[in-house]
Unconditional design. Structure first.
Length: 207
């Protein structure tokens, strides 16, 4: 019963929302609005469940002295203090919560993005090395696109910005649409498998 009831709820609600999407009616619209209001009421419990899960995972690492358990201490301390600051003094400008957000959260986010830029540059260097015909085409296209986005490209030749625009609007857009169609078909297939009860991994098992 622990698996059958959630599976039944998913199937019934999935078909109801599918019917609402393709055959809108007053009764389906009313049900959809009612469900949205309940979803907003349930969402705080999901946040509480996520916080409990976070505490359980990291407290287990701390108690077992797992590798890098010190980071778990920092994570739990930061979560506790930030939550306390938000509940105690609010989230308005000038509060300790906003000070933490501007002086700790934002710099850490900027640091993560800057590290990501170096990883992207390293991956681009490895991908653009002309070891094959495909890599050579990718390298040439990347150089044209990059030169077309900066003023020096126009100074070299007026054809570079035009070629850059053509690459972005024709082959690049065609590839993006092909990927989008593939993703859409995958989402449709997965949704049908869930609605028909074939896909059950979200319940915690394969069968």
């Amino acid at each position: 019963m622990k698996r059958q009831i959630p599976l039944l709820i998913i199937i019934i609600l999935g078909f109801i929302f599918a019917v609402h999407t393709f055959i809108p009616a007053k009764i389906s619209n009313d049900f959809y609005e009612w469900w949205q209001s309940w979803s907003k009421a349930i969402s705080p419990f999901a946040v509480v469940l996520g916080i409990m899960s976070l505490f359980m995972v990291h407290s287990t690492k701390i108690s077992r002295k797992a590798p890098n358990w010190q980071y778990s201490v920092v994570t739990l301390a930061a979560l506790t203090f930030t939550s306390f600051a938000g509940f105690m003094w609010g989230t308005q400008e000038g509060t300790p919560f906003m000070w933490l957000f501007k002086n700790i959260q934002m710099p850490m986010g900027a640091t993560m993005f800057s590290l990501l830029a170096f990883h992207i540059a390293s991956a681009a260097y490895k991908a653009f090395r002309a070891r094959s015909a495909e890599a050579t085409v990718l390298l040439i296209a990347a150089i044209i696109v990059m030169l077309g986005q900066v003023p020096i490209g126009m100074k070299i030749s007026k054809l570079i910005p035009e070629a850059s625009t053509w690459i972005l609007n024709v082959p690049n857009l065609a590839a993006k649409r092909g990927i989008a169609i593939g993703v859409g078909l995958g989402m449709t297939a997965t949704s049908l498998k869930i609605l028909l009860g074939i896909e059950r991994t979200y319940l915690g098992g394969g069968d």
